[in-house]
Design a protein around this ligand. Structure first.
Ligand code: 5RP
Length: 215
């Protein structure tokens, strides 16, 4: 699958225009995108990063890192996903960076999602849905998830997000109405963000292959 990830990521470079500030996601697919971006770094104004992991890689390549508040609305955001449905709605957060990813996606005009074919599903939910939660609310949130959705939350013990919070992965969901599920989970006190991107789906999905497919 890593070849497909690379193919998708390299195709996304076509969306980068001169002088742009580029929003950059997190994960192994995006790592290929960052490597490719390094090849055209003289053409861009800089990058806004969604995680310490991506920031480190961008810094290593000498790509200027910008603060989202200073950069303002972004023309382009490139990120991966754990699942993608036919409406370009996504599950994200396998790398625990979902909150910053959602913020940057929300601040971006065009969200290009880069995936390998294994990420394509008809109905979201086979991949456990990640939620970032405030540590003191972990048990409360877990109980509420069970009663409101019937899903089974599992604490990703040992993982601390870049924001100092914890992750619950919700197993056993078949997400027939992603917008409704996103709202339901967002309303639980202590939930920082939900790794369901239904209200802010991708605009373009690139599936790795030879050639890559643009949806
Ligand atoms: O949401 C993410 C990180 O929080 C990633 O985009 C998602 O986990 C996909 O990762 P990869 O490209 O390594 O398969």
């Amino acid at each position: 699958m890593s070849e497909a990830k690379r193919q998708a990521a390299e195709k996304a470079i076509e969306y980068v225009e001169d002088g742009m500030v580029v929003g950059v996601g997190t994960g192994s697919t995006v790592a290929y995108f960052i490597d490719a971006l390094a090849g055209i770094k003289h053409r861009i104004a800089g990058a806004v990063s969604s995680s310490m992991q991506s920031s480190e890689q961008l810094r290593r390549h000498g790509i200027e890192l910008l603060d989202l508040n200073a950069a303002g609305p972004l023309p382009l955001y490139v990120d991966g996903a754990d699942e993608c449905d036919p409406h370009k709605r996504l599950i994200k957060g396998g790398g625990a960076a979902l909150t910053r990813e959602k913020i940057i996606a929300g601040a971006s005009e065009i969200f290009v999602c880069v995936i390998d074919p294994a990420k394509q599903v008809d109905v979201l939910g086979r991949f456990p849905l990640p939620l970032e939660v405030i540590p003191m609310a972990r048990s409360l949130v877990a109980r509420e998830i069970v009663s409101r959705t019937g899903g089974q939350p599992v604490w990703r013990e040992g993982t601390v997000t870049d924001n100092g919070n914890w992750i619950l992965d919700v197993h056993g969901l078949s997400i027939i109405d992603p917008m409704d599920m996103e709202s339901t989970l967002n309303q639980i006190p202590g939930v920082v963000s939900v790794g369901l991107f239904a209200r802010r789906p991708a605009d373009v999905v690139i599936v790795g292959g030879a050639p890559a497919t643009v949806l």
